[in-house]
Design a protein around this ligand. Structure first.
Ligand SMILES: Cc1cc2nc3c(=O)[nH]c(=O)nc-3n(C[C@H](O)[C@H](O)[C@H](O)COP(=O)(O)OP(=O)(O)OC[C@H]3O[C@@H](n4cnc5c(N)ncnc54)[C@H](O)[C@@H]3O)c2cc1C
Length: 73
């Protein structure tokens, strides 16, 4: 029977957790990563904004597929 692993929050922790689960769980299991925001700002990048090295737009990363099925097995 296949299972579903649900990860809430696609920040650093959630993204790594989802990717790790994807690589560890059998192919038949699903990993679902749920994020409430449409965009993500990588917090350490705020330092670049602060010193004027990056624009706010450049830090705005739309969520992408981060836990694609691993067919390596
Ligand atoms: C300026 C700055 C510099 C930093 N530099 C470093 C560094 O050099 N090295 C380092 O290790 N750390 C650094 N950090 C800290 C690091 O960025 C954070 O520790 C890390 O981002 C926390 O990740 P997280 O996944 O726990 O939380 P977050 O990245 O905050 O992710 C949580 C996610 O969960 C989502 N969420 C919340 N509630 C829900 C819900 N109910 N349903 C769905 N989604 C939900 C949020 O929208 C968010 O996207 C820095 C932070 C800042 C601000």
């Amino acid at each position: 029977m296949s299972r579903i692993a649900l990860v809430l929050g696609a920040g650093l922790g959630g993204t790594v957790a989802a990717q790790t689960l994807r690589s560890l769980l059998p192919q038949g299991d699903r990993v679902v990563l749920v994020e409430r925001e449409e965009r993500h700002i990588f917090p350490p990048s705020l330092l670049w904004l602060m010193v004027g090295e990056r624009s706010a737009d450049a830090l705005d990363l739309r969520h992408r597929l981060v836990a694609a099925p691993d067919h390596s097995e």
